[in-house]
Ligand binder design. Structure first.
Ligand SMILES: NC(=O)c1ccc[n+]([C@@H]2O[C@H](COP(=O)([O-])OP(=O)(O)OC[C@H]3O[C@@H](n4cnc5c(N)ncnc54)[C@H](OP(=O)(O)O)[C@@H]3O)[C@@H](O)[C@H]2O)c1
Length: 253
């Protein structure tokens, strides 16, 4: 039985990961701003769930959550930093504040969580730090300036952290999903090839995490295609990107 902290556990991949881990009998601390789904998990698994709700983009709230987990368990065997958001940019209305918002929600929140989690991972026999990144980082995609930049920065942060934590015996794994059917992707208005149901994605992630790999990337054919496209000359990538981008219509503001 492991002590696990999952962020973004109110919906989508995080909620499904939490449900499956609870079903397996683990102790799970669940974070998100929306409390109701977390309380439902607590109701279903009263002895296994620790509700640690809050806005992870606010460092003082993350600090409070870290103290709460520390007071209850004193250590964490695994941390799954999954909370995140996606906003698509319209170049015709370039908004720097949006880049800042997405960076705060994805990159900075992850950094605040790492700061809170590291002392707890160090208290476990062999801590495991997991960050949910994205396959978007393999290739520049249209309108993904903010989301892609935040996830690319996360990739570097955790790839680099892996090196520095290795001596302490803390493993770092990146999770790079293709498309998964969640409330986040249900908002998308473009084709999402090879989209996986969330149950399948969560059970695949958990199965792979047991081996503590450097990265869990799926679905395999989608990832292979992204990696191949990433090898194309930049001019060809630009052609492909232009083909994928859709024209801005009058009612988009
Ligand atoms: N679905 C995909 O196809 C896909 C693909 C690649 C990567 N990902 C990544 O997978 C992760 C989960 O995505 P999802 O598809 O499951 O999306 P989702 O259903 O929208 O879930 C996002 C979760 O993050 C939480 N969250 C967002 N901002 C937060 C904040 N400031 N403080 C605390 N919690 C916050 C949300 O909770 P509250 O709103 O209640 O706070 C929610 O629980 C994200 O990092 C996403 O980038 C998803």
């Amino acid at each position: 039985m492991s002590r696990i902290w999952i962020t973004g556990a109110s919906s989508g991949i995080g909620l499904e990961l939490a449900s499956q881990l609870l079903e397996q009998g683990h102790l799970v601390a669940v974070s998100a701003r929306t409390v109701e789904p977390l309380l439902r998990l607590k109701q279903e698994y009263p002895n296994q769930v620790l509700v640690v709700a809050g806005d992870l983009a606010a460092p003082q709230e993350v600090n409070r959550i870290g103290l709460q987990i520390s007071a209850c368990w004193g250590a964490l065997d695994q941390v799954i930093l999954n909370a995140g958001t996606c906003e698509y940019l319209e170049a015709s209305h370039f908004e720097a504040a949006m880049i800042e918002r997405v960076m705060r929600a994805n990159l900075f929140s992850a950094a605040y969580c790492v700061e809170a989690a590291l002392p707890l991972l160090r208290n476990a026999p062999k801590g495991h730090l997991v960050a949910v990144c994205s396959s978007v980082t393999y290739l520049p995609l249209p309108r993904a300036e903010a989301y892609g930049a935040s996830k690319a920065a996360m990739r570097y942060l955790f790839d680099s952290l892996r090196i520095d934590l290795a001596e302490e015996g803390i493993d770092v794994t990146l999770v790079s999903p293709g498309f998964v059917d969640t409330p986040l992707t249900r908002k998308n208005d473009f084709p999402m090839p090879m989209r996986w149901p969330v149950e399948k994605a969560a059970s695949h992630i958990l199965k792979q995490l047991a081996r503590r790999p450097l990265e869990v990337a799926f679905p395999a054919p989608f990832i292979a295609a992204m990696r191949l496209l990433a090898l194309l000359p930049k001019r060809l990538q630009l052609k492909l990107g232009k083909h994928l981008s859709r024209p801005t219509t009058d009612n988009q503001s």
